[in-house]
Write a protein that binds this ligand. Structure first.
Ligand code: ADP
Ligand code: MG
Length: 572
């Protein structure tokens, strides 16, 4: 075999390693979860590739993950008989970060351990977490289907607190798959214990589908100590969580599984687990995270649903399984009907997928509705959190998902003149519940900032009459309103448009007074109009203002002024 070749890490990897070691040591236990998760992914990939290439199993179809330790050498080993890596793959996957959004990731780091830990989790850079507990990591791997002589050894040692390079070397490896050896740092010796490692596996990786094996330990009476035997023992539950009955799954198991599928350090906000029977049979386990991912606004960001067919992993990020406005949802869909060789291209066209997506969408919206309408204060608080984190994304649904428009509209929350604070807590149903007698419209004003909305002169008459007005200051609101002409039979109306007809809310006396005034000031109005020229369509007397001398209004059928401003700033 050729000698070892020394290669440099990509700059981002160096930065990441530094960060891992300096800001994640208080979360050091996650290294095992991450390495087991990679081993599990590798087994999934092998199973998938072997669907039409069974020779990849090399006669060994029982996939498993193995954890071992050597107290004398001070090493912990994680190995799997999954897909393995070729030399090129080793260099690509363990020397660079291929993911998009690397820059945003680094720019979002705060130095706050807890927050940064979230980011690392979401970013999926789990392999490097090995360096939290190890100062040297050795990876020995061979890709399934390649000859034993195509094995690869990758090694990286920290010098001081930094690593700049690693070595790659060709070796012989009889069995396919990957073995990762962690040479523990001083002070990490507590990990050299079967009891400790079993605890971590059960805590973080119980839901892993493949068996996680360790050598059984026995009490040796003569030596008066625990000794490792030659017999294997499965440490985890080793079955797909979503296939188990709801009643047999604990909250902690659900949460643990979320951390795995959601690449998240935090707990989920809520989840929905259901087996759907009927024309298409599938199981779905969907989670709403408790915070927005850093790349939520990145159009190329990964979507979080894993697709399985009859428990065989098919693909990550199956974006067709969720509408874009629910792209923050994480979880698993396991179909009983799709063909095992389903590809992304097939998914694009599949009617089955459309049905599954419609079903999953309904479930998520139902889950959110339950939170929003719950009598339970803690659940309600969860909805408030949800709205803060994901409200802006959910709003997109009003224009995107015609079938569920009313449901989504019911989930929207706004600021309004009722509380006069920027907190978005008012639902359209709340608003309707507070409507004045004779009021038949939902009134809103749009502006660039909350203060501009709140102090809009258009509100004066409404404040005087005690009519609530929604204060919309999000850019996407214009578009939301444009797609939502009415809710529950009530029209949505801008207070800043045209000869706004307040209908039964109008005070006859005030109206007549205004008409009289219009006659009286006819000459003045014409003079003003003449001097303003092209810039206005009309100058009118109004009784709508109580404090301000004048205000601008858009014509009934014209574009609202805030929208005009937004379009102008966008160069249109
Ligand atoms: P992620 O798992 O999110 O892709 P990681 O940093 O955990 O990020 O792993 C990087 C990549 O290294 C994986 O995507 C995979 O291609 C490769 N890899 C890591 N561990 C293994 C393994 N045990 N077997 C095969 N490939 C692996
Ligand atoms: Mg990983």
């Amino acid at each position: 075999a050729a000698g070892a070749q020394t290669l440099n890490f990509q700059a981002e990897v160096k930065q990441l390693l530094h960060l891992m070691i300096h800001s994640l040591y208080s979360n050091r236990e996650i290294f095992l979860r991450e390495l087991i998760s990679n081993a599990s992914d590798a087994c999934d990939k092998l199973r998938f590739e072997a669907l039409d290439k069974s020779e990849l199993f090399e006669g060994e179809g029982d996939l498993a993950i193995r954890i071992g330790f050597d107290a004398t050498a001070k090493t912990v080993t994680v190995s799997d008989n999954g897909i393995g890596m070729s030399r090129d793959e080793v260099i690509a996957h363990l020397g660079t970060i291929a993911k998009s959004g690397t820059k945003e990731f680094f720019s979002q780091l705060t130095g706050d351990q807890k927050k940064d830990a979230h980011l690392i989790g979401q970013f999926g850079v789990g392999f490097y977490s090995a360096f939290i507990v190890a100062d040297k990591v050795t990876v020995v791997t061979r890709r399934a289907g390649l000859p034993a002589s195509d094995g690869v050894k990758w090694e990286c040692a920290m010098t001081g607190d930094a690593a700049g390079e690693y070595t790659v070397e060709a070796i012989d490896k009889a069995g396919r798959g990957t073995e990762i050896t962690l040479h523990l740092r001083d002070g990490q010796e507590d990990l050299l214990s079967g009891w400790k490692l079993r605890g971590l596996i059960r805590k973080y990786s119980d839901h892993i589908v493949q068996p996680i094996l360790m050598k059984k330990e026995e009490w040796d009476k003569d030596k008066n100590e625990q000794v490792v035997t030659a017999e294997d023992e499965t440490v985890n539950q080793a079955n797909a969580l979503w296939t188990r009955s709801k009643n047999d799954i604990t909250e902690d198991e659900y949460k643990g599984f979320y951390k795995h599928v959601g690449h998240d350090f935090d707990e989920p906000l809520a989840w929905s687990h259901a087996r759907v029977e009927g024309r298409h049979e599938y199981t779905q386990l969907l989670y709403v995270p408790s915070h927005a991912p850093f790349d939520m606004w990145d159009r190329n960001a990964r979507h979080g649903i894993k697709l399985y067919v009859k428990r065989v992993f098919i693909m990550d990020d199956a974006e067709k399984l969720m509408p874009t406005y629910l792209r923050f949802v994480r979880g698993v869909v396991d179909s009983s009907d799709l063909p095992l060789n389903v590809s992304r291209e097939i998914l694009q066209e599949s009617k089955d997928i459309d049905t599954i997506r419609a079903g999953c969408t309904k479930k998520v919206l139902g889950l959110l509705e339950d939170l929003a309408t719950s009598e339970d204060a803690a659940e309600k608080e969860k909805y408030a959190t949800f709205w803060k984190e994901f409200g802006k994304v959910l709003k997109e649904g009003v224009g995107e998902d015609f079938a569920n428009k009313d449901k989504i509209a019911g989930l929207l929350r706004f600021a309004s003149t009722h509380a006069d604070t920027p907190d978005e807590t008012v639902s359209l149903a709340d608003y309707i519940g507070r409507m004045k007698e004779g009021q038949d419209k939902i009134y809103y004003v749009t502006a660039e900032t909350f203060n501009a909305a709140k102090n809009s002169p258009h509100l004066e008459i409404f404040r005087k009459k005690g009519i609530e007005v929604l204060l919309l200051t999000d850019r996407v609101d214009e578009w939301v309103i444009g797609n939502l002409p009415e809710f529950d039979g009530k029209q949505l109306a801008s207070v800043a448009k045209g000869g706004l007809d307040l209908g039964k809310l109008e005070d006859e006396a005030e109206k007549q007074e205004a008409e009289k005034a219009a006659d009286e000031y006819k000459e003045l109005l014409e003079k003003m109009k003449a001097s303003l020229g092209e810039r206005v369509k009309e100058v009118r007397v109004t009784h709508r203002l109580t404090d301000s001398p004048a205000c601008l209004v858009a014509d009934e059928h014209d574009m609202g002024m805030n929208l005009a401003r937004i379009l102008k700033s966008a160069g249109q």
